[in-house]
Design a protein around this ligand. Sequence first.
Ligand SMILES: C[S@@+](CC[C@H](N)C(=O)[O-])C[C@H]1O[C@@H](n2cnc3c(N)ncnc32)[C@H](O)[C@@H]1O
Length: 310
Amino acid sequence: MQLILIITFSAFLILFLSTTWLKKNRKYESVNSVASSYDSWTNDRLLENLWGEHIHLGFYEKPRLKKDFRKAKVDFVHELVAWSGLNKLPKGSRVLDVGCGIGGSARILSNYYGFDVIGISISQEQIKRANELTINSDFCRFEIMNALDLKFDKGSFDGVWSVEAGPHIADKQKFADEMLRVLRPGGVLAVADWNQRDSLKYPFNFWEKFILNQLLIQWTHPEFASIEGFKKNLLNSPYCGSSVEISDWTKYTIQSWNESIYEGLRRPHSILRLGFKSFIKALREIPTILMMRWAFSNGLMRFGVFKSRG
Ligand SMILES: C[S@@+](CC[C@H](N)C(=O)[O-])C[C@H]1O[C@@H](n2cnc3c(N)ncnc32)[C@H](O)[C@@H]1O
């Protein structure tokens, strides 16, 4: 307990110094700021060493379930595939992974489900790393591309998949439009994202606004959609061919925030071997992770999943 308090205090101190005194924040300015944040998070290997090849939350069937964090992330992919109906597509179906990170999901979609997958990310370093990590590259390829300007024809894909990319994208309507434009009629859309509470129904108070602002500026997010708001974006798209179903998976994913911190205690060598600078960088993430945990457990943030047929 004492150790956790010391780590938390040091992390808040470092956050304060790095954001106010050193003026090093990671505020969203344009799509380029997202690209450079991920380039740097990829190059220093901190995220990958600590949390593995998936940059998303894990799936826990029950609260406080003992499960390896990396296994929970793989489980998350299978759960979203099953919930969205992507597993009904035949082998060889073309699937686009929008905001693919270093390809964790894309490789499962290709190797386990037999899909022909293209992953796109705005970060050139992530695409380089995704290619390095991919053995079966004939059916799992990666390209640098902006999700708001997909270089594919209308209806090119049988499935479109996107996990935790939306909060980095300012124009949510265009994000929805582009994913649905490249999806063929009858194809499967599967999206999972961090969302804020619907402020039209339940406006934010002063502290909630403060926390939300920190969550935006610390990890290069322009704004969060609400689950209801993004559902409307999908339905309002001229390319939307059917109904949109949503679900709130906060209870299945919330444990991931604690696990993100415990993972550093379980595998300290994964940070320490990267040097002192990485250790400081890792500490700096703790306040944001704790704020995320707080926001998700108090209903300020919600984990939304979305599915539709093109
Ligand atoms: C939290 S990571 C999730 C990565 C991956 N989906 C996963 O689950 O491992 C967010 C991803 O969205 C990508 N991204 C953010 N904005 C983007 C944009 N405008 N165009 C393409 N990719 C974008 C980032 O480069 C990063 O790969």
